[in-house]
Design a protein around this ligand. Structure first.
Ligand code: ADQ
Length: 743
């Protein structure tokens, strides 16, 4: 239909042009040319007959003149000829001179180029030329030419023109059809390849070299532009969303309607512990749990984790599942049971004696044992099986959490090739030289490259990972798009800075700040105006607790006015106590606190209060609200959520955050007092500044930090990952669809 239109349309246009433009133009032009020619012919005839005519006139032989005229008009184009000696006389004429032409009205016909006279047999051209002699001083010759041949010629010309233009139109139509056909095919194949994911834009967005050779020279620039555009659009879209559990839920419903979401982590979000006759529910002191719990509440998926609580087995159903949170169940925990041997090798061994010190620059040497590695592989496989059995579809979205499961993405990918696997590495990624000491570094990298998306907190860690891959395995790394192509699969390496829930649960902020201040001071036997610092960490050597204590001691040395006036409360949750390094660290921390307190004993309340125990989040928040400063002195930390929690707790816009430059959080919270934890003098100076900081400055800094944490909260962290996963799934669905259609 479209094709025939394409063919007929030019023809119609040409015909219309011939009828309304070309034909009248041809008529006018030929008429004008022929009139001029005939006029010239008239002059020629006049010149030729002048002498014989004047001779005959002088001889007064009028009948001979008429015969002479009749002879001349035998010429097929000369219709009639006449001669008027004067305007008053009678004309000497050939047979056919029209009666309207009279000697008296010759002026009417005079003039250059002649005059047209319509007649029954066609138009006539009347030319009047002066032809004088002594016998007829006013004599004029009248020549009438028959113009009907012009009409014939014009018809003939029009016919030829018509054929010519028709031929031309046919050629143009054919060319149009052929060109249209070719470009339609090209366009269609472009669309098809676009749907197959090979289109230019897709290729640019995916960071693939464009298949169209003409775009190759500018591919990099175009790719950068596409990415900037995407990032801008995403940032704009994200900015317009107020990130909350509701918005996350609505994104989950709109973008990932009914999708199967599975989280895998080592630590479970709720532990059931037997305490005598009762079963108590505990929430572990883990940043990861703090971050993922609100997301699972929002999307009602399944969380697969190691069942490590003493009463965990007592509360699960026959599928090892339990619905949580206990007060208002919203999602399922699927517990995986590990033997002591498995836990020792996989968790304490390879994860926490190997990978943890390997990835943190905290000057603790990693320990690698083959037996630990074997358990690590076996446990990863166990979790992969759990993922397969928990997935309701062939293509679930699986969020794999942390360094305990480096091999899991590939294991899941082998079983569920269509799954969207987002692995998030919550700890730093070291530079290639540091990572290279891991004896199983290639397997770890290959395991992680089973993911569709691999996330880190900072761009620095993304860079380190990509550098490591580039250095050690045969993979194609694209630094423009930050993707790694390995074994025919693409992994996008992305930065997703983690955060906390915002606003914090109302319960956390329920107690007014003045009450928190007085309660905590009373509890610790401190005067009401006593200055208070707070540190909240797992008792981990990467958290720089000893460096913090050293800085407190230095503060009291450099600014003795704080002795007896300032106390630092360190809330330290016991962690990984199965590892010798941690037990040793705890001992060192305890001894150091005791030594420093002893040094300033008798001069008022102790400088350090060390509480090695787990605290409920509500209690932690009460400390945060009671404190004048919070000190986060990690030697190396992926993000550090404590810093953000302190900021969230201070809805009174008071309190000062001192933050190690080696945390991911330092990149997001520059209004904190940023310090090098290894520099005790600098940290002591920062504490002094914090303790003497005017309230206006505290307010200004705190407001800026609160603004950031509010905007970039944990729902945004999860939302961004899930939106990226949704986009990937849409793309792969299109590819599948076009693939099927092509078959
Ligand atoms: P963690 O190393 O566990 O997390 P962090 O981010 O500081 O470190 O989170 C600790 C969490 O445990 C916080 O929510 C804190 O309130 C809580 N907590 C600490 N001590 C506690 C105590 N004594 N009692 C109760 N709760 C306590 C890892 C990485 C981090 C990264 C997170 C999230 O090491 O760099 O920020 O994951 O990705």
């Amino acid at each position: 239909m479209k094709l025939s239109l394409r063919f007929v349309l030019p023809l119609i246009l040409v015909l219309a042009a011939i009828a309304y433009v070309v034909a009248p133009l041809v008529d006018q032009l030929t008429l004008r040319w022929f009139m001029r020619d005939l006029d010239m012919r008239s002059s020629l005839i006049a010149n030729t007959i002048q002498q014989p005519l004047l001779d005959l006139l002088e001889a007064d032989r009028k009948s001979r003149i008429v015969d002479f005229f009749n002879n001349i008009t035998k010429d097929e184009r000369l219709y009639a000829i006449g001669y008027c000696t004067s305007s008053a006389g009678k004309a000497l004429v050939s047979r056919s001179l029209p009666s309207v032409i009279q000697c008296a009205n010759l002026d009417r016909w005079a003039g250059s180029n002649g005059h047209l006279l319509p007649s029954a047999q066609g138009p006539l051209l009347v030319s009047v030329l002066p032809m004088t002699s002594s016998a007829a001083p006013d004599g004029r010759l009248v020549l009438v030419h028959d113009m009907s041949f012009i009409t014939h010629r014009s018809e003939e010309t029009k016919r030829y023109l018509f054929y010519f233009f028709m031929g031309l139109a046919l050629v143009i139509s054919l060319i149009t059809v052929i060109v249209a056909q070719l470009s339609w095919r090209g366009w269609m194949s472009g669309v098809r390849s676009l749907l197959r994911g090979e289109g230019l834009l897709w290729q640019l967005a995916a960071g693939v070299q464009p298949s169209m050779p003409e775009f190759k020279p500018i591919a990099r620039d175009l790719q950068r532009l596409v990415r900037e555009l995407e990032a801008e659009t995403r940032a704009r879209d994200e900015d317009q969303v107020t990130w909350s559990p509701e918005s996350l839920r609505s994104i989950l419903h709109s973008e990932l309607r009914g999708e199967d979401i599975i989280v895998v982590s080592n630590r479970e979000p709720y532990l059931h512990q037997r305490v005598g006759e009762h079963i108590e529910i505990q929430r572990p002191a883990s940043g990861l749990v703090t971050a993922l719990e609100p997301i699972m509440r929002a999307c009602s998926g399944t969380w697969i984790a190691h069942g490590s609580g003493s009463a965990d087995r007592e509360v699960v159903d026959k599928h090892d599942r339990v619905a949580v949170p206990p007060e208002k169940p919203a999602y399922q925990i699927r517990r995986v049971w590990l033997s002591q041997e498995e836990e020792a090798g996989y968790y304490y061994g390879f994860s926490n004696e190997g990978l943890w010190p390997l990835c943190h620059i905290a000057h603790v040497r990693p320990t690698f044992r083959t037996s630990d590695w074997d358990q690590y592989v076996a446990v990863n496989r166990k979790f992969a099986k759990a993922v397969v059995s928990e997935s309701k579809t062939k293509n679930p979205i699986v969020l794999v959490q942390d360094y305990h499961f480096a091999l899991l993405p590939k294991m899941i990918r082998d079983e569920l090739p269509d799954a969207t696997i987002i692995a998030f590495w919550h700890i730093p990624w070291p530079n290639p030289e540091s990572f290279a000491i891991c004896p199983w570094r290639d397997q770890v990298l290959e395991g992680l490259l089973g993911s569709s998306i691999l996330g880190f907190h900072t761009q620095f860690h993304c860079n380190n990972f990509v550098d490591t891959v580039d250095r050690f395995i045969e993979a194609r790394v694209d630094r423009e798009s930050f993707t790694v192509s390995f074994g025919g699969k693409l992994t996008a390496v992305r930065r997703y800075p983690i955060s906390i829930a915002w606003p914090p649960e109302a319960e956390m902020l329920q107690k007014p700040v003045p009450d928190c201040r007085s309660n905590i001071r009373q509890m610790l036997n401190l005067p009401s105006a006593h200055k208070l610092g707070i540190g909240v960490d797992r008792l981990d050597y990467t958290k720089g607790i000893m460096e913090r204590f050293r800085a407190i001691e230095r503060l009291l040395e450099l600014n003795p006015e704080w002795i007896g006036q300032f106390t630092f409360v360190q809330v330290a949750a016991p962690t990984r106590s199965g590892i010798e390094e941690y037990r040793h660290h705890e001992t060192q921390v305890r001894e150091m606190a005791t030594r420093i307190n002893a040094r300033f004993d008798g001069k008022g309340p102790p400088p350090i209060v060390l509480k090695v125990e787990y605290h409920e989040p509500r209690e932690v928040y009460e400390y945060f609200r009671a404190a004048d400063l919070c000190f986060v002195s990690s030697l190396h930390d992926g993000m550090n959520l404590v810093a953000k929690e302190f900021v969230a707790a201070r809805d009174d816009n008071r309190g000062v955050l001192i933050l190690s430059q080696f945390t991911g959080a330092a990149r997001e919270l520059p209004e904190a007092l940023i310090v090098n934890p290894y520099d005790a003098d600098q940290c002591a100076a920062a504490m002094h500044i914090a303790l003497t900081m005017p309230t206006e400055e505290q307010r200004d800094r705190m407001r800026l930090m609160r603004g950031l944490v509010a905007e970039f909260n944990v729902f945004r962290w999860a939302g961004r990952m899930l939106l990226d996963a949704a986009a990937m799934r849409r793309r792969s669905r299109l590819i599948d669809k076009t693939g099927r259609e092509a078959i």
